[in-house]
Design a protein around this ligand. Sequence first.
Ligand code: DQA
Length: 144
Amino acid sequence: MKILVLNGPNINMLGIREPAVYGKESYADLLALLEKSAIKFDVEISHFQSNHEGALVDKIQEAYGVIDGIVINPAAYTHTSIAILDALKAVGIPAVEVHISNVVEREHFRQISYPGMYCEKTIAGKGIGGYLLAIEYLKTKYEK
Ligand code: DQA
């Protein structure tokens, strides 16, 4: 099974950016966790991070016919991006939304998630461990 892990703006700054909110683990630590998850769940994981909305849309489109499941943390684009929502709907690939912080307990402007309207599950507030839970969910539900 092929899983694509997508991360939006500032996720590359993990460990440096607001550690009280996003934790002390770095983006490199997240990539190491993805590598371990690939072995643990016997799946193929590719990953992509961008600070640009269109680049994330391109990556979702490229996943069509190639990728079996998407794990996405759209970061700030969560709360603004109809383009990412539409791209997910266009490709129709099962997707899980991940947030490192517990967005439901944060500011009002973080309470809407456009990509979340497509994703079949949202995992929030579990730190980088949320990505592992999302991969496990997709593997369990969609592995043929
Ligand atoms: C985030 C939550 C978003 O509100 C924020 O803009 C981010 C990260 C999270 O992982 O907790 O950049 O998606």
